[in-house]
Design a protein around this ligand. Sequence first.
Ligand SMILES: *Cc1c(COP(=O)(O)O)cnc(C)c1O
Length: 243
Amino acid sequence: MSDEGAREAELATQLARVEERIATACAAAGRARSEVTLVVVSKTYPASDVRLLAGLGVREFAENRDQEASEKAAACADLPLVWHFVGQLQTNKVRSVAGYADYVHSVDRVKLINALSAASVRRDGPSLNCLIQVALEKESGLGEGRGGAAPAEVGELARAVTEAQGLRLAGLMTVAPLTGPHAGSPATAFARLIEISRDLRAIDPAASMVSAGMSGDLEEAIAAGATHVRVGSAVLGVRPTLG
Ligand SMILES: *Cc1c(COP(=O)(O)O)cnc(C)c1O
């Protein structure tokens, strides 16, 4: 078998395993499989892997660094893919990100919303879908300086996205916190995110997306009510250190 054939077989096996986990978690939660979208996080892996996964039926991909993401999206521009940006975002990268991203999951401050709005208006395409990243550890005064907004800030940021030209409020995103009361307990973290999402949907029913769950905790996220799981290593393999 060629190297590419071997890699395709490996990806097919790992993807099938993840699909099985998602289906089992949906069944256990009494949810339809169609309620959960798999977003494959392709960071650190080459565009050739994205191409192979696209051939296996994956349509949604996520990246966390602008330069890597823009190169991969350009290399796969002939494929009908949806790109999600999930990394911490500096305002000076926003114009580039708006060039390829359909969704930005890491919206966490008003300055970034203003920059995204200007970039989206400038690209003159469909509205850029924004998710507010919630740092649940900030509820207990931890995680200062890391990405994500405190739960108490979500309302103000949601309003800013709704009022911004060129942006659409899609929903919320979180990463299970490593510190604070939810450390080591993704189930309670995701339950709290769903509570915040319910408050948000009371104001804006269309902002129904809940991006939560990764390779290690996708079952807990689906049980809580996540609509999008972001899975990297379980599909592509364990990443070498960085990323
Ligand atoms: C890398 C990453 C993921 C995927 O993590 P895995 O553990 O490899 O599944 C999900 N979300 C974000 C924000 C990431 O940076």
